[in-house]
Design a protein around this ligand. Structure first.
Ligand code: AMP
Length: 116
């Protein structure tokens, strides 16, 4: 994947607005503009990774901090009691449309399996 400036880079630099849910030195979380569930939040690492396979190049401590950030956001959203889904899309078959790694947190309704 080629690295380019994405809409998420622009949200991170506050060039374009987003409904920010949570921000710290590790992650930035904001509402998805096209929600697929009553709660649909995207969590990006502050240190950019383009695609899921790039996680292989991360220091395990940094990866752990990112995943803990995702869990922290889900907790803050009050989703733990009922449950939620975390999704990373990658590449063409995974239908990734923004080349900046992001976790989708979906909640507030019963999910189905298999996903489409
Ligand atoms: P993916 O298909 O996994 O790459 O997901 C990209 C997600 O980004 C989609 O769910 C879009 O609705 C969402 N999205 C695109 N542009 C924006 C934006 N400006 N603000 C918030 N979410 C966005």
């Amino acid at each position: 994947m080629t690295e380019e400036i994405t809409v998420f880079d622009r949200i991170k630099s506050k060039e374009i607005p987003a409904k920010i849910i949570y921000e710290d030195e590790v992650v930035l979380a904001f509402q998805d503009i096209n929600p697929q569930a009553p709660v649909h939040v995207l969590v990006i690492p502050q240190n950019k990774i383009v695609g899921f396979p790039d996680i292989l190049d991360l220091d395990q401590k940094d990866l752990g901090a990112f995943l803990q950030g995702v869990a922290r956001v889900a907790k803050q959203l009050g989703l733990e009691a009922q449950g939620y889904r975390v999704i990373f899309n990658y590449g063409k078959n995974g239908q990734q449309t923004v080349e900046y790694v992001h976790a989708h947190i979906l909640g507030g309704r019963q999910m189905k399996w298999p996903p489409g």
